[in-house]
Design a protein around this ligand. Structure first.
Ligand SMILES: [Zn+2]
Length: 455
């Protein structure tokens, strides 16, 4: 009986699974797998020369004129689409693999679900809805059945241990845990189809939001997440922001070790007014980016957190308080080398209702100028719905770069609705967006520290 089972299993395996000889793809070369496939599991290992790229098409025809494409392309977070991307549907902007190393990958179709793994980690879990949204350029990017073709892009890409297995219908991807997005009403798929980078740079594991939930949401929504803690430095009880707050190099190093391989971007939020002098510069440099905000102001020597209503004491006229906020914001972005200004133009609750009147052109211009002069990008905040359209248009005219960010307090947050609205209303293009490869914070910090030593 046992022998019969083994023979049967081997026979099934021989029919269902095809492996191919190791191969190298040159630019423009095509390497089709034998046969046609609907549900399948493709696995193998890839190695890319510096800057090289290639892709795998599936459910396609001989000219790769239909079906889906998975990209192989490593390198810095510079706005180009990275390894594992399901092209123009679930574009990814950080690669888990590096050029020059062999890394395993897996691409599977199970029913309407497409999944991609890189180095054993799920990076795409996309369920094609009943009514998918596709633009004219990608109108045939749909499931069906068809060929699997490896396609060379630029440079040299090697593949080994490549095997493909037909899967029986009705299999389920265990990573597929959320209902598919309704693409007829979804803004994110529209940006994805245009290869506009969809990145929420400002997510925190706060409240009930766990790493696993964030991972599932990111894949389901098609939004790349940057998830970070606060970096404060030595602090007393009751100081600083909420959530995870790092206070020493030891804590920061331990945190880095715990997140360096996770499938998100790995930022820090500079918290308070001492963070940039409280950690070793080498440690700060490990993170993908660092952002901070203008929400800590010194009011006559007292550090006020503007988002705590009872800390905001209006012992001066509102106009004077506004000038204080502007002065402090200028100081922050002149001194603390952050990559972008989060929660920008935030006003304390007590006068947030007067936003447009209090943020006079003169005040707005002072803040935008300090950002521009210090190469700091401007966050469009999905949670606070700021800056307003007028300010975003001014910033765009000045040539500032933008990021999208939510600053969530738990798992109950949206899909960058205000950001996508501002993209449409202000005509923001991918060229207006900021990426970590543009960061100059490290040089700015070195220059600042050298200047201070000389004094
Ligand atoms: Zn935050």
């Amino acid at each position: 009986m046992k022998r019969f089972l083994i023979v049967t299993i081997l026979a099934v395996f021989a029919v269902a699974c095809t492996s191919v000889k190791d191969f190298e793809l040159q630019p423009g070369a095509m390497q089709p797998m034998r046969g046609t496939y609907s549900d399948f599991m493709l696995s193998g290992e890839a190695r890319l020369d510096d800057g090289a790229d290639a892709s795998v098409w599936f459910h396609t025809d001989g000219d790769c004129g239909k079906g889906y494409q998975v990209l192989f392309h490593n390198g810095p977070i510079d706005g180009t689409r990275k390894t594992g991307s399901l092209a123009s549907v679930r574009n990814l902007y950080r690669s888990l693999a590096n050029d020059g190393e062999w890394f395993p990958f897996e691409i599977a179709v199970r029913g309407n679900n497409i999944s991609v793994k890189v180095k054993g980690t799920d990076v795409v879990c996309y369920t094609e809805p009943e009514a998918p949204y596709r633009n004219e350029l990608h109108k045939d990017m749909l499931l069906g059945s068809g060929k699997v073709i490896f396609s060379g892009g630029s440079g040299k890409v090697a593949f080994r241990k490549v095997a493909i297995e037909k899967l029986p219908a009705g299999q389920h991807n265990p990573a597929d845990s959320l209902p598919p997005v309704d693409e007829q009403t979804d803004d994110i798929i529209r940006l994805q189809q245009e290869d506009f980078p969809v990145i929420d740079y400002h997510v925190h594991l706060k409240g009930d939001l766990t790493q696993e939930m964030a991972h599932a949401m990111s894949m389901n929504y098609g939004i790349n997440y940057g998830i970070g803690p606060n970096a404060y430095g030595p602090k007393k009880e009751g100081e600083g922001g909420s959530g995870l707050v790092l206070t020493s190099d030891e804590e920061m190093e331990a945190y880095w070790q715990s997140v360096k391989n996770w499938p998100f971007m790995r930022p820090l939020q500079g918290d308070g007014r001492k963070w940039s002098r409280s950690f070793s510069p080498e440690l700060l440099d490990k993170f993908d980016y660092i952002f901070t905000d203008g929400m800590y102001v010194y009011d006559h020597g007292r550090l006020v957190r503007l988002w705590y209503p009872d800390e905001v004491r209006l012992e001066m006229p509102v106009q004077a308080y506004m000038d204080l906020i502007v002065d402090e914001t200028v100081k922050i972005f002149e001194n603390d080398p952050a990559d972008f200004s989060a929660n920008a133009f935030y006003l304390p609750e007590v006068f947030a209702g007067d936003f447009e009147r209090l943020w006079t052109d003169e005040r707005v211009d002072r803040v935008l100028k300090v950002l521009k002069d210090n190469n700091v990008a401007l966050e469009i905040s999905a949670r606070y719905l700021i800056p307003s359209k007028r300010i975003i248009q001014k910033a765009k005219a000045m040539g500032l770069k933008f990021t999208f960010g939510t600053n969530n307090k738990d798992s109950n947050f949206g899909r960058l609705e205000y950001c996508t609205e501002m993209v449409r209303e202000c005509g923001i293009t991918a060229d207006d967006m900021w990426f970590p490869s543009m960061s100059t914070r490290s040089e700015r910090m070195k220059a600042r520290d050298a200047a201070e030593k000389q004094q």
